[in-house]
Design a protein around this ligand. Structure first.
Ligand code: MN
Length: 202
């Protein structure tokens, strides 16, 4: 049995997030960018087969345990692998609106209101300089907004990401060109809050 990580399939069609996120972007983003991270992660771990015993998420939770000669490659490509896997899951064709139940209560508790959370998240996504991500994370019992550079994941800082927004130019440039704020606004229409709630509750 060959050991390797696999690029997970999109949980919906390439055009399912139209018009907010276009089909061409989804095809290139998933089939080329995400697949390349997974492939390079597998390549980085060549000769370190024992690492495949762990999930890629678990590897990234303690990067000090990654052999130093491959650490940055695993952080970059393992991060790219797991970050995109989460990103696809927290979007969907029936997305948008607001969260319900315990997740909504916790957002109101930690941010004041859903609108204030949205503002903070948008700010993080818009001000991430260069390539990176904006996140809603569970940090202990609390929710926080975070941003990271490149493919760094909040998992490596002991936090659990439950919502992710890719703000690399490859995520929006075909449709939105330089208008990252428009892409960030459009994202709210495709957020799968049921999935985010599930991640929050687990
Ligand atoms: Mn990406």
């Amino acid at each position: 049995m060959s050991k390797e990580y696999i690029t997970p399939k999109l949980p919906y069609d390439y055009d399912a997030l139209e018009p907010h996120i276009d089909k061409a972007t989804m095809m290139i983003h998933h089939d080329k960018h995400h697949a390349a991270y997974t492939k390079k992660l597998n390549a980085a771990l060549d000769g370190h087969e024992d690492m495949f015993e762990m999930s890629a998420e678990d590897i990234l939770k303690d990067i000090s345990k990654i052999p130093e000669d491959i650490r940055q490659a695993v952080v970059n490509n393992g991060g790219g692998h797991v970050n995109h896997a989460l990103f696809w899951q927290v979007m969907g064709p029936d997305g948008g609106g607001q969260p319900k139940g315990e997740l909504m209560s916790q957002i109101e508790k930690d941010f004041g209101s859903f609108e204030k959370f949205q503002q903070e998240f948008e700010e993080a996504a818009a001000t991430q300089f260069g390539s990176g991500w904006a996140w809603l994370v569970k940090d202990g019992d609390n929710l926080k907004v975070q941003k990271t550079s490149n493919q760094d994941t909040p998992l490596s800082q002991g936090m659990k990401p439950i919502l992710a927004l890719d703000v690399w130019e490859h995520a929006y440039y075909l449709k939105y060109q330089n208008l990252r704020p428009d892409y960030i606004k459009a994202f709210w229409h495709v957020v799968n809050w049921d999935k985010v709630s599930e991640l929050f509750n687990n």
